[in-house]
Design a protein around this ligand. Structure first.
Ligand SMILES: Nc1ncnc2c1ncn2[C@@H]1O[C@H](COP(=O)(O)OP(=O)(O)OP(=O)(O)O)[C@@H](O)[C@H]1O
Length: 292
């Protein structure tokens, strides 16, 4: 009998979902499955819940939420034999979309009942993991501002992007990757494992979760007109034709921000302030087994 532990974020996707133990009982019969269900009560609570669940050694732990919840749950599964499942009830759902995990509950639970798995790469930033993408620069400021909005919607994200672009000052950065050192006044430094950021938008439509590489997008200081052009390219998933962006495939990169003491980053769409100005990012090939 398969033992599945579900971690539900009640506020994912603005709390519009009705996912609960009662609903899950309908899809996972007692005859076939042993299930346990926990609900996160606050930011980072899913980490504690997942670590407690890992100690009970289930076959699968299922993150029920968006990319932020997936990050908290999946980070605890690295270096374990426990497989990650996803029920995408978030707002953006970038990773689930890349994995083609359906949003319809009946179909998403079917994927978990089938139990077919694959290994995907993961990204590491200093001691943190990311599964979809991370960013420094304007990207981190957008997420910081997006966090202040009560509702997590595409229009809130667009408003946060406009506010951030008015306020953001490019960051002096020294980047060491692929045997080169680049000094840049960076507007955006975006590193993605996945081909989607959420809401169907992408800066890296050709990225692969299984190629053993991360896709780096470096955009130097650009004019407001070019920022608007970039936004339109991201929404239409054509960012790779934006001429001012430098795209590279990397396995690791060292980033130093000489004029900063601490650095703001976004990790899978959540804001973090790292207490350092030196960042090491690397890929861990096949780092996570995931039901899809
Ligand atoms: N009960 C709770 N109250 C407030 N915040 C919570 C609660 N439980 C979890 N969180 C936090 O909610 C945040 C958002 O979660 P999540 O990413 O799943 O949803 P989303 O933002 O709607 O989806 P996406 O990231 O795909 O856009 C995470 O930072 C998580 O730590």
């Amino acid at each position: 009998m398969k033992y599945i532990h579900f971690i539900i974020n009640p506020i994912s996707g603005n709390g519009k979902h009705n996912l609960s133990r009662t609903v899950l009982d309908k899809y996972f019969s007692e005859k076939e499955f042993k299930i346990a269900v926990d609900y996160s009560n606050h930011k980072h609570h899913a980490i504690k819940l997942t670590n407690n669940a890992v100690a009970k050694n289930p076959d699968y732990i299922v993150a029920c939420g968006g990319d932020g919840t997936i990050n908290e749950v999946a980070s605890c599964l690295v270096n374990t034999k426990i497989k990650l499942g996803i029920i995408p009830i978030g707002s953006g759902n970038g990773l689930a979309s890349n994995l083609k995990i359906p949003k319809l509950l009946e179909e998403a639970t079917q994927v978990i009942r089938n139990g077919k798995t694959q290994f995907i790469d993961i990204g590491k930033v200093n001691e943190h993991y990311f599964f979809s993408n991370m960013g420094i620069g304007i990207d981190a400021l957008i997420i910081k501002k997006y966090d202040n909005y009560k509702r997590r919607t595409l229009s809130a994200y667009i408003k946060a992007s406009l506010e951030a672009s008015l306020k953001f000052k490019p960051i002096k950065s020294i980047l060491s990757f692929n045997n080169q050192i680049i000094n840049s006044n960076a507007f955006m430094l975006f590193i993605s494992n996945s081909n989607e950021m959420g809401y169907g938008m992408s800066l890296t439509p050709n990225a692969s979760l299984v190629d053993g590489k991360l896709n780096l997008v470096l955009i130097p200081k650009i004019s407001v007109i070019n920022q608007i052009k970039l936004g339109l390219h991201v929404v239409s998933k054509k960012a790779e034709v934006f001429k001012m962006a430098q795209h590279s495939l990397i396995e690791n990169i060292a980033i130093e921000l000489p004029e900063k003491i601490f650095v703001d980053i976004q990790l899978d769409g959540e804001y973090h302030n790292l207490k350092t100005n030196k960042i090491e990012v690397s890929v861990i090939k096949n780092g996570l087994e995931i039901v899809s």
